[in-house]
Design a protein around this ligand. Structure first.
Ligand code: CP
Ligand code: NVA
Length: 298
């Protein structure tokens, strides 16, 4: 059987993604469901960028399901000294059962996957963050039920998180309005492919109007640190604050993948308001990791 990789949400069928979300909810609610489903399985995590949630969630998920994990930072392996990615993929995947990669260029994930004998999981690239979307979808389902047909507003940078929301709109059948400053749009081909579900607007008020869910992300992602001051200026009108949120549905949820910069992309008031579900969203990284790992090794 062909190896299943998880590089973007489009690698799985809709029903598979929904099943992962439901399994994550079940695992969260019923500790009794925790069998040693990953017994003797090993996950290697090759991370070239910082991480708190993703790393902790992977390590705990493997541990609680009876497996183990190892963390390989870019500089600790021979990759940091120039060993080709293809060779690393062949070697590491001959010993472990899954490889999770956090890197810059998405093409590196694709190259690794091409030469890997085991499933490769995108743990954040410059283009996509599919694992985060599993947690976001779990959180929405828990609070409000099915997201199908709902209105979602993405406000801010059209980077990796936004691009995964575009894929999620396709796979979970919701309407997505994206508001971002000029020059910070998601890739045109992604917008074109999902044009029946996704629209791009300039005005954050227009995106947020009557939305069921509002999501954002930092203005300067990892790799954009040097542009931070410029971005703070250019994104100023895209802050999620109480005034903007008042245009959404009265029971709208707010999500942020975290880490958040209070006073930049979101005010502290919004982050700590009852409609903000960011802490459940973060915890759900663990439950969705378990469900994803079980799915990939089935
Ligand atoms: N949201 C997220 O991926 O967090 P970390 O960068 O802490 O893993
Ligand atoms: N867009 C952010 C997400 C971090 C989880 C980044 O790439 O740094």
């Amino acid at each position: 059987m062909a190896i299943r990789h998880f590089l973007t949400l489009m690698d799985l069928e809709k029903d598979e993604l929904h099943a992962i979300v439901q399994r994550a909810i079940a695992l969260k609610n019923s500790p009794a469901l925790h069998t040693d489903s990953l017994k003797n399985k090993t996950l290697a995590m090759i991370f070239e960028k910082a991480s708190t949630r993703t790393r902790v969630a992977f390590e705990v998920a493997m541990n609680q399901l009876g497996g183990s994990s190892m963390f390989l930072s870019g500089n600790d392996t021979q990759l940091g000294r120039g060993e080709p990615l293809e060779d690393t993929a062949r070697v590491v995947s001959s010993m472990v059962d899954f490889v999770a990669i956090r890197t810059f260029e998405h093409s590196k994930l694709e190259l690794f996957a091409k030469h890997s004998r085991v499933p490769v999981i995108n743990s954040l690239s410059d283009d996509f963050h599919p694992c985060q979307l599993l947690a976001d979808m779990q959180t929405y389902f828990e609070y409000r039920g099915d997201i199908k047909g709902k209105s979602v507003a993405w406000v801010g940078d059209g980077h990796n998180m936004c691009q995964s929301y575009i894929n999620a709109a396709e796979q979970f059948d919701f309407e997505l309005a994206i508001a971002c400053p000029e020059g910070f749009e998601p890739d045109a081909w992604l917008l074109e492919r999902s044009k029946s579900r996704v629209r791009l607007v300039r005005d954050p008020k227009e995106a947020v109007k009557n939305a069921d869910l509002i999501a954002t992300d930092v203005w300067a992602s990892m790799g954009h640190e040097e542009e931070r001051a410029r971005r703070i200026r250019l994104f100023a009108a895209y802050q999620i604050n109480t005034e903007l949120l008042s245009l959404a549905k009265s029971d709208a949820l707010f999500m942020h993948c975290l880490p958040a910069h209070r006073g930049e992309e979101v005010t502290a008031e919004v982050l700590d308001a009852p409609g903000s579900v960011v802490w459940d969203e973060a915890e759900n990284r663990l439950h969705t990791k378990k469900a994803l790992l079980e799915f990939l090794c089935a």
